[in-house]
Design a protein around this ligand. Structure first.
Ligand code: SF4
Ligand code: SF4
Length: 482
């Protein structure tokens, strides 16, 4: 069905333009995985957006070479169980902060999906971005989709061998760069390159790089859209995150049907705006036909919108036959604003929790952690001078990456003396230093058989210090008071 004002006035259309469109893409049909998809590339608004969003991956390749002071700015040093984030050193004790950051990104994905479907897949996902680059290389070397199909079907020759060898060589090179860049986030990038050039890389790094070369080459070079359709779990769970107000690429069937090909000089008043040229299918990287409705294979890249807009422009019809719209929008119903949708509020609530939690964690990340362990065997010792002695082990975790001098003081009772605190303690960088302290309180000054004292540690860096309360154990005061 179509609205009256959407009828195409055939007399207004330059029929040679329609013939051009059919000649160019008339051979296309929906590919359901039985054959390799050679998507047509064409310029357009969403294609440009995709290039811009894809370029965030440059950070993945260049990030490891960014330095902060004398160290890599972001380094996940797994063997040392330390994570360097610019000036911060996050030790395993503070891993919950990284968990908050991961939670933030997971929920951000859910929010974006609820609002705009699989927009992450179409514009940011490494699988679709890498595949796009692989296809671009394929097009540079093998030509347009039809030429690529013909080359695939042609018998082997020296020319075909040369083209295919260069293509696969470039694909493998990208896979290698991907693997090296990934490992460079986990070991010093300079050492990594030195190790590679000297063929002396650690086994773990070699295996990881090899896995990335294989994974990138096979997933972006061969599996391509099949990964999005059958392997990616996100494509499976997206269905529960979208609703009738989620904005997705959609075909306006009311305006487009009945679809049909235009013939030169033939009046087609009964037809809608869709001229059944299949250009929207030809450009689709997953080979689906958006006119069949929303499908699991749609990665929301918007390339079919660019394609159809170019067709509408040629035939003099308004753009937007395929457009980003919600189901309610397509049906002409009032669309719920995003802030009136409960699920979006739930997602935002979790998002806010992860932001506040992560920010609080980073803001309160101490450079020093102090634990005080009271020795319990014996609980206390009566000294010959009449004082009561307790023994403590202090565990000082220096979270900075520089050695610190720590001065320990103990307070909390009249006449208190601490043994083992006269000299500063040297704290190794990013590690735990254990130190024993004996605390003595004259028996006459004991106010309880269990009273509170406090250990304070100040360091050579003024802002790095810590205080912990502890319990001093002694006999009941009444029996000790002289
Ligand atoms: S929806 Fe647009 S691009 Fe797709 S077949 Fe119809 S006219 Fe062509
Ligand atoms: S149907 Fe359109 S938006 Fe969906 S994957 Fe294909 S080209 Fe991209």
């Amino acid at each position: 069905m179509k609205s009256a004002d959407s009828l195409i006035d055939v007399a207004q259309i330059d029929s040679t333009q329609i013939d051009d469109i059919y000649a160019e893409v008339g051979q296309w049909h929906v590919n359901v995985g039985e054959q390799k998809i050679h998507p047509k590339r064409m310029p357009g608004r969403w294609r440009s957006v995709k290039w811009w969003t894809s370029s965030v991956w440059l950070l993945f390749f260049l990030g490891p070479y960014l330095h902060w002071g004398d160290r890599q700015a972001v380094l996940f040093d797994l063997p040392a169980q330390k994570f360097y984030l610019f000036g911060l050193t996050v030790l395993v004790q503070d891993l919950w902060i990284l968990a908050m950051i991961l939670l933030f990104f997971a929920i951000l994905l859910a929010v974006v999906t609820a609002l705009a479907g699989r927009v992450f897949c179409g514009y940011f996902c490494f699988q679709t971005v890498w595949t796009d680059v692989f296809v671009l290389i394929e097009e540079w070397l093998e030509g347009k989709p039809r030429q690529r199909q013909q080359l695939d079907e042609a018998p082997w020759s020296l020319t075909k061998l040369r083209i295919k060898a260069i293509k696969h060589g470039l694909w493998l090179l990208i896979g290698l760069l991907t693997g090296v860049s990934f490992v460079a986030w986990f070991m010093d990038a300079g050492e990594l390159w030195q190790g590679m050039l000297a063929l002396s890389l650690p086994l773990e790094a070699t295996i990881t790089i090899g896995a990335f070369v294989f994974g990138t080459y096979s997933l972006a070079g061969f599996m391509r859209e099949q990964t999005c359709m059958w392997l990616c779990p996100y494509s499976r769970i997206q269905g529960v995150m979208v609703d009738q107000d989620t904005v997705l690429p959609a075909y306006d069937a009311v305006r487009g049907e009945s679809r049909g090909r235009r013939k030169k000089g033939q009046s087609d008043d009964h037809l809608g705006d869709c001229i059944d040229c299949n250009l929207c299918v030809a450009v689709c990287p997953t080979g689906i036909d958006i006119r069949d409705g929303q499908q699991q294979g749609c990665i929301t890249c918007g390339l079919c919108i660019d394609a159809c807009d170019s067709v509408m422009e040629k035939i003099g019809r308004p753009k937007g036959l395929v457009r980003y719209d919600s189901l309610n929008g397509l049906l002409g119903k009032t669309q719920a604003r995003w802030f009136k949708r409960p699920r979006v509020w739930v997602y935002f609530g979790i998002l806010a929790f992860s932001v506040v939690g992560g920010a609080w964690g980073l803001a309160t990340l101490d450079g020093l952690e102090l634990k005080v362990i009271h020795h319990r065997q014996p609980m206390f010792v009566m000294q010959s001078d009449g004082s009561i002695q307790n023994r403590y082990q202090l565990k000082l975790l220096n979270k900075t990456d520089q050695p610190l001098e720590a001065k320990i003081t103990v307070t909390g009772a009249a006449g208190l003396k601490a043994v083992g605190v006269s000299e500063p303690v040297l704290l190794a960088p990013s590690g735990v230093t254990a130190h024993e302290v004996f605390v003595r309180i004259p028996a006459k000054w004991l106010v309880s058989d269990s009273q509170q004292i406090a250990f304070s540690v100040s360091t050579s860096l003024e802002e790095i210090n810590a205080t912990r309360k502890a319990v001093f154990i002694g006999p009941a005061p009444s029996s000790n008071t002289p």
